[in-house]
Design a protein around this ligand. Structure first.
Ligand SMILES: [Zn+2]
Length: 222
């Protein structure tokens, strides 16, 4: 019997939980690709593929992109050669139905999810983090007024940049609380699904980046 050694990880976490940073650490540690369904959709739309056009239609009408469309995109992506040793999947599954569908897809290929990593952070901490976030519109560097302020007020530190920092329009308290409400509604059934399977690893994401990283590694190896 062939053994399945692929490191397939799901990364679940609210906005502002450091998910992007941890995804990057995991992909480097396990030498697997970071697969984000959101990024994939945006790429399909930018390239104007038939799938992208179809997705754009739903989005422009204010609707969710149907599961079947995301799944067919994911099916192709997961069959590519760089995904054979595993991956960090981000942004999917977003519902119980999607989790079931992913499960069925993997089962057909004789593959398993190694763990579903859940970054846990309370809403008040997230609001505080995101309200104080500033970004450079030129180079994309991210600052935090309290934890990681720019050296000169409102200016990017990068020597060749020095652009005036901005606050993203959706980084205001009302928009953040709305995003969090949607996140909790969507995530709850997915978390329950993986908890029942014994695959859920809940990690305290309120601590510093390196500490969170170590906790994830321990959870995966323990
Ligand atoms: Zn900059």
């Amino acid at each position: 019997m062939a053994t399945d050694e692929g490191v397939r990880l799901l990364l679940i976490g609210p906005p502002g939980s450091g998910k992007g940073t941890q995804a990057k650490q995991l992909t480097e540690r396990y030498r697997v690709p970071h697969i984000s369904t959101g990024d994939m959709l945006r790429e399909q739309i930018r390239k104007g593929t038939s799938l992208g056009e179809e997705a754009k239609g739903y989005i422009n009408d204010g609707n969710l992109v149907p599961d079947e469309l995301i799944l067919s995109m994911l099916r192709v992506r997961l069959s590519q050669s760089d995904s054979q040793g595993g991956y960090v999947l981000d942004g999917f599954p977003r519902s119980h139905a999607q989790a079931e569908a992913l499960d069925a897809l993997l089962e057909r290929q004789g593959q398993n999810i190694k763990a579903a990593i859940l970054l846990v952070l309370d809403d008040e901490t997230i609001v505080k983090r995101l309200c104080n976030r500033r970004v450079c519109p030129e180079c994309g560097r991210v600052y935090h007024l309290i934890n990681h302020p720019p050296k000169t007020e409102d200016r990017c530190d990068e020597y060749h940049c020095r652009a005036t920092l901005i606050q993203r329009p959706d980084d205001n308290e009302t928009a953040i609380r709305n995003r969090l409400r949607i996140y909790h509604e969507q995530t709850q059934p997915v978390v329950a699904f993986y908890k029942e399977k014994g695959l859920l690893k809940a990690i305290d994401a309120s601590r510093e980046i390196l500490r969170v990283q170590i906790d994830i590694e321990r959870a995966l190896e323990g």
